[in-house]
Write a protein that binds this ligand. Structure first.
Ligand code: SAM
Ligand code: SF4
Ligand code: SF4
Length: 353
C-alpha cells in the first residue's frame, strides 16, 4: 500500500494532467537552437538592426545539445508530444542530426518537426530523416525572384530553396508545409502564383498574417493582410471548403481545394487569435523558457541546468511555470495599439515562431 505524501512531497502532475491557469495542457515544445540566421527577412531580422557588429549569443551562452535533451525529456514527461526544432536558422547547427536522433528517441514524442528557410536543406535532408526527423515546415514568402530576394533580406537564393523542398520530399520529410508571411504591398500580389505552383504537390501552403512579434520589425497594422481577405481572394480563383482541425490547438484554419488539388491553411494570429487552445512552450537558444510568443520575460533554465539540477528539480520548475501560465496576448491586444504594447517583447528569431 502506498503511504500518503506530505504537501512538500506531492508529486509533479502526471503526463497529460498538467494544465495552466486557463486549463490548457502542455503539448508542444518549440526549441530554438541558435539566434543566428543566414537570411535577414525584414519582418524578422532586418539588416539595419542585425548587421555585422550585432552580438549574437556565443556558443557558451547557448544551451548544449545535452542540455536541450534534458529539458525536452522533462517536457515530454509532463505531456509534450510535439517537438519543433527552429531558430534562427536551425540548419546552421552542424551537429543537428545528433540532436534530432536524441529527440526522436525520447519516449512520448509522436511528432518531431523542424522549421527552416531550406537554404541549407538539400544536402542534409536524407540524413535528418534517417536520424528520426518526421517532417519539415519551409518558410518561403514568394516565388517571384525579386520579391523573394527582398523578403530574405538579399540573402536567399530561390532555386536553392526549391531544391531543398525537393530534397525534403524525396527524403519523405512530409507532409511538407510551406509558410508564407503575407505583407501588404510587399508580397501579397504574388500569393496566387505561389499557390498555383504548389497546388497538387501534396505540400500544404499556410498563409500567415504578419505579426507584431518583437520590437524591431516596424510592424504596422496596415501591412497585415487579414486571413478573411486572403480567403476571399483565393476562393475566388479556386473554390475552397473548410476542413476540420487535425488536433486541438492547431493554429491554422484548414481548407481544401474543391477540385481536389490539396490543402491550404490560414494562420490568423492578429485578426482571429487562438489563445484559448494554445498549448505551446518555447525554449530559446540561451535556455529561457517562454510561455507566449509575445512574452516580455521568461524563466532561465540554463542556470539550474549548469548548477546540476536533476530531472526532479527540472520537472518541478517546468510544472510551476506551466501551472501559473495565464498568457493570452493576442486575445487581449487591440491591433491598433499593439505596436506600442511593449518595447521589450522577445524577438521572433530568438524563439523561433
Ligand atoms: N529560420 C527559420 C525559418 O524562417 O523557417 C526558422 C525560424 S523563423 C523565426 C520561424 C517562422 O517565423 C518562419 O516561418 C517565419 O516566416 C515566421 N516569422 C518570423 N517573423 C514573423 C512575423 N513578424 N510574423 C509572422 N511570422 C513570422
Ligand atoms: Fe531567419 Fe527565419 Fe527570421 Fe527569416 S524568418 S530572418 S529565415 S529566422
Ligand atoms: Fe499562444 Fe501567446 Fe499566441 Fe495567445 S498570443 S496563441 S497565448 S503564443
Amino acid at each position: 500500500m502506498s503511504s500518503p505524501l506530505s504537501p512538500d512531497e506531492s508529486p509533479a502532475p502526471a503526463r497529460e494532467t498538467l494544465k495552466d491557469a486557463l486549463k490548457r495542457p502542455l503539448h508542444d515544445l518549440r526549441i530554438s537552437l541558435l539566434d543566428r540566421c543566414n537570411f535577414r527577412c525584414p519582418y524578422c531580422m532586418p539588416e539595419s538592426e542585425f548587421h555585422a557588429d550585432y552580438e549574437f549569443l556565443t556558443r557558451a551562452n547557448r544551451l548544449t545539445h545535452g542540455e536541450i535533451l534534458k529539458v525536452a525529456s522533462v517536457a515530454t514527461s509532463l505531456g509534450v508530444s510535439k517537438l519543433r526544432i527552429t531558430g534562427g536558422e536551425p540548419l546552421l547547427d552542424k551537429k543537428l542530426p545528433d540532436l534530432v536522433a536524441g529527440l526522436a528517441a525520447l519516449p512520448g514524442v509522436d511528432d518531431l518537426a523542424m522549421t527552416t528557410n531550406a537554404m541549407l536543406l538539400a544536402p542534409i535532408a536524407e540524413t535528418l530523416q534517417q536520424a528520426g526527423l518526421h517532417r519539415v515546415t519551409i518558410s518561403l514568402d514568394s516565388l517571384d525572384p525579386d520579391v523573394f530576394k527582398t523578403m530574405s533580406g538579399g540573402r536567399g537564393d530561390l532555386a536553392t530553396v526549391l531544391d531543398g523542398i525537393a530534397a525534403a520530399e524525396a527524403a519523405g520529410l512530409s507532409p511538407i508545409k510551406i509558410n508564407v508571411v503575407v505583407q501588404r504591398g510587399v508580397n501579397d500580389h504574388t500569393v496566387l502564383d505561389l499557390l498555383e505552383h504548389f497546388r497538387g504537390s501534396g505540400h500544404i501552403v499556410r498563409l500567415i498574417e504578419f505579426m507584431d512579434v518583437g520590437n524591431r520589425n516596424g510592424w504596422q497594422m496596415q501591412q497585415v493582410v487579414p486571413s478573411r481577405e486572403l480567403l476571399k481572394m483565393v476562393g475566388a480563383r479556386w473554390p475552397l471548403r473548410p476542413v476540420g482541425r487535425n488536433y486541438p490547438g492547431e493554429v491554422a484554419r484548414r481548407y481544401e481545394y474543391v477540385d481536389g488539388a490539396g490543402e491550404i491553411g490560414f494562420i490568423s494570429s492578429v485578426t482571429e487569435p487562438f489563445c484559448g487552445s494554445c498549448s505551446r512552450a518555447r525554449l530559446s537558444a540561451d535556455g529561457t523558457l517562454y510561455t507566449c510568443l509575445f512574452a516580455t520575460h521568461g524563466t532561465d533554465l540554463r542556470e539550474p541546468l549548469r548548477n546540476g539540477a536533476d530531472d526532479e528539480e527540472l520537472t518541478d520548475i517546468l510544472s510551476q511555470i506551466w501551472l501559473q501560465r495565464a498568457d493570452r496576448y493576442s486575445e487581449l491586444r487591440k491591433p491598433e495599439v499593439a505596436a506600442h504594447h511593449s518595447l521589450s517583447k522577445v524577438e521572433m528569431y530568438r524563439i523561433g515562431g
